[in-house]
Design a protein around this ligand. Sequence first.
Ligand code: AVJ
Length: 325
Amino acid sequence: MRITLDRRLPANHAARALRADAEAALTQRPKTLPPKWFYDEHGSTLFDRITRLPEYYLTRAERQILNAHADETARLTGARTLVELGSGTSTKTRVLLDALTAAGTLKLYAPVDVSAATLDRAAEAVCRDYPDLRVAATVADFETDLALPEHPEHPGPRLVAFLGSTLGNLDTEARATFLGRVRAELTVEGDALLLGVDLVKDPNTLIRAYDDDQGVTAAFDKNVLRVLNRELGADFDPGAFDHKAIWNAEAERIEMRLRARVAHRVEVPALALTADFARAEDLRTEISVKFRREPLTEELARAGLTVAHWWTDPQSRFAVLLATP
Ligand code: AVJ
């Protein structure tokens, strides 16, 4: 058997975590919900459409960089294990899998994701397409458990990939915690981190990437209300909110918010909770931090990681970096 699926989250984890997050979201000021709840079946489909929107350059820019530097990454790391945090459908990983299998070093692919269903499908597909590879998938939330396969059962050096600028979903404090954990896990000689991050650029380009003309991002944003309705019996009316993508210039991040069009009340029976929205009050649904080379290099250094390589697309919209302890 070349595939294993390790469920580190109890089956009811998602239900319990959502209740806790929703409760905190609606009683906090400003009301703030973590972005992981976007990705139910429908939300994942919408995100997939986002990655193909003309305005959403991130995915294409990152793919350009990976295409240009995957072989180099394989050569530099000689990775025998590729761990991928927040692997989703493992689509963009393939260029890395191709390069690392061509280099002949890769033995094991270890995707980590919160969604068991997505992980299952992705692991099957990778296993089918890479006949010499073992796949050890882990259902885990990378914010609390990195689920790195353990040495010596799994061969090093290990390359830990954290792509798609998912790091930008974490605020400064959460990033420090996360990066410190990653550093602590890179214990085998040659272990490295491959990190994909979106870069600061003109606000208009950024805002358009999160508020597209076809309204796909708006639908993605509002889908989280449907998740709350379905899972918690809430009565959110998605039509009572406007999707907003705001550039927070001080924190250099995009903030997605759902802004109440009118003052209204929402009932959340599963939490025995009533949430009042004032007119124009926001529910913040996501932060997407944009990075600069120097400050990010320092941030990584504070976590004990040294940037060995920094690659960008020709337009310097996005960066992929290779860091080592
Ligand atoms: C998947 C976290 C990288 O911040 O760009 C896309 C998700 N949100 N459009 C991002 C997202 C709105 C995204 N990440």
